[in-house]
Design a protein around this ligand. Structure first.
Ligand code: GLN
Length: 476
């Protein structure tokens, strides 16, 4: 393996500036790494070697000519295949969009291009971001870089596996209920779900718009912060995006709230419980005050999340009708055309959620189920906001277990439980970071999760230093 690929963004930039290597040389090293690792990892759905080398050459030319450089100039990265990329197919890991080539870039992609970053390709996911293992992809099989018998997590499994396996410097993912934080935890990298609205969702294929966030998977905190500074901010094309007003890091000792619900017997695996307690201890040793708090039942939050995302997904996915774009089935009339287009191209999990979402929105069930879920969401939000008036950080596990075996026949309900630790932050729209904390006895990564008040992403990244997370701890 080429030693360059483990370096941070700042280290690459220093190497470019010193003439140690060019962006073309670095990009070529990553393309070679992708070739070596893909047979066992399978993170990429599309590798755009030609496009990447073209962008790398343009970056090298800017440097030679003394043109002002962007904050990510020459840095190779990759995207979850939910981000529209002009001229490059964007599949959402679905047969429905298998051949879809967007005529425009997502806003996040435009911002990365303007910052000079080099796009290597598009990464695998659970179809339409529905899942927790990337096994629901219709187009590929992604495995955990630490153990190819295990899943990479999901739905941003390709994004996490690619960073962990050294197949890109950083990647973007999306997180609706945990889809960045959970795979980041399974693959031992940093995964940030920012404050809802901090990064534009324009051009990002939706799962549930009131919860979807664009976020960042990186090897270290510093890289994550640099990428966030490029992406965050108001975008007129996304009405839910907001001006980014970062809050400052307190200069007094931090107050950390440990979520006691997860310490109860049987809630999470024993090794993760031990890690959580050890993390609290590390905070204490660094002078933080640690107290225990309780959330409104995480199981209720999970149920509410399932109802709300299914309801929104059923409506978001209504646009795939086989007429405007995407897979077009045969049919002698409109009705049959809809049925064949959607019936033949959506996978089981997508269909399950469309049916469930339609069910909870119909007739009296709207009041009984959907509105009840909205009330639970309100309770979760209010209680987390209250906790954050007394504490700076909420400390919780990122996942209930380490990466599970690929191909294990998990029921949909069991699969949904993977989000137990992450959905509360999503329902409340708060920034939340999955922090890799070393490996278990079998060599699989384990992680904790930090959540803070809106626009406190810097605090989250800063706090990783108190947990003594080193740059070397991320990636293989
Ligand atoms: N695993 C969750 C789900 O299947 C998370 C999805 C997501 O965050 N995109 O709903």
């Amino acid at each position: 393996m080429h030693a360059w690929i483990n370096r941070s963004i700042k280290e690459h930039q220093a190497a470019f500036a010193a003439g140690e290597y060019t962006s073309r040389e670095l990009t070529s090293a990553f393309l070679k790494r992708i070739e070596e690792k893909e047979p066992s990892v399978g993170a990429y759905l599309t590798v755009d070697a030609e496009g990447a080398l073209r962008e790398a050459d343009a970056s090298d030319a800017r440097r030679r000519l003394g043109v002002p450089l962007g904050p990510l100039d020459g840095i190779p990265y990759a995207l979850k295949d939910t981000f529209c990329t002009v001229g490059l197919r964007t599949t959402c890991a679905s047969r429905m969009l298998e051949h879809y080539v967007p005529p425009y870039d997502a806003e996040a992609v435009s911002r990365l291009r303007r910052a000079g970053a080099v796009l290597l390709g598009k990464l695998n996911l659970d179809e339409f971001a529905m899942g927790s293992s990337t096994e629901h992809s219709a187009l590929g099989n992604t495995r955990n870089p630490y153990n190819s018998d295990c899943v990479a997590g999901g739905s941003s499994g390709g994004s996490a596996a690619a960073v962990a396996a050294g197949e890109c410097v950083f990647s973007l993912g999306t997180d609706t209920g945990g889809s960045i934080r959970q795979p980041a935890a399974f693959c031992g990298v940093m995964g940030l779900k920012p404050t809802y609205g901090a990064i534009s969702r324009y051009g990002v294929i939706a799962l549930a718009s009131s919860l979807d966030c664009v976020g960042i998977l990186s090897r270290c905190a510093e890289d994550g912060e640099i990428v966030l500074s490029v992406l965050a901010g108001k975008d007129e094309k996304d009405a839910t995006s907001r001006a980014y007003l970062p809050s400052s890091i307190p200069s007094r000792p931090l107050r950390v709230a440990l979520v006691a619900d997860f310490l109860r017997d049987g809630m999470i695996a024993e090794e993760i419980r031990a890690l959580l307690l050890e993390s609290a201890e590390r905070f204490r040793k660094k002078g933080a005050q640690v107290g225990e708090i309780s959330l409104p039942s995480p199981m209720r939050a999970l149920a509410a999340y399932s109802v709300l995302t299914a309801a929104e997904a059923a409506s978001e996915l209504g646009r795939y009708d086989g007429i405007r774009y995407g897979f077009a089935g045969a049919g002698e009339d409109l009705e049959n055309r809809y049925v064949s287009s959607r019936g033949e191209s959506f996978g089981r999990e997508v269909k399950r959620r469309i049916l469930f979402g339609t069910y909870v929105m119909t007739g009296s069930r709207r009041e009984e189920i959907y509105n009840q879920a909205r009330r639970v969401r309100g309770d979760v939000k209010a209680s987390m906001e209250k906790i954050l008036t007394e504490y700076d950080l909420i400390l919780a596990p990122a996942t209930p277990t380490v990466a599970f075996a690929a191909g294990a026949q998990r029921s949909p309900a069991e699969m949904y439980c993977s989000d137990l630790c992450t959905v509360c932050g999503s329902l409340a729209g708060l920034p939340s970071l999955s922090v890799p904390m070393g490996k278990n006895m079998e060599g699989l990564p384990m992680a904790v999760q930090l959540t803070a008040a809106p626009f406190s992403e810097s605090l989250l990244y800063h706090a990783t230093a108190l947990l003594e997370v080193s740059h070397e701890s991320s990636g293989i």
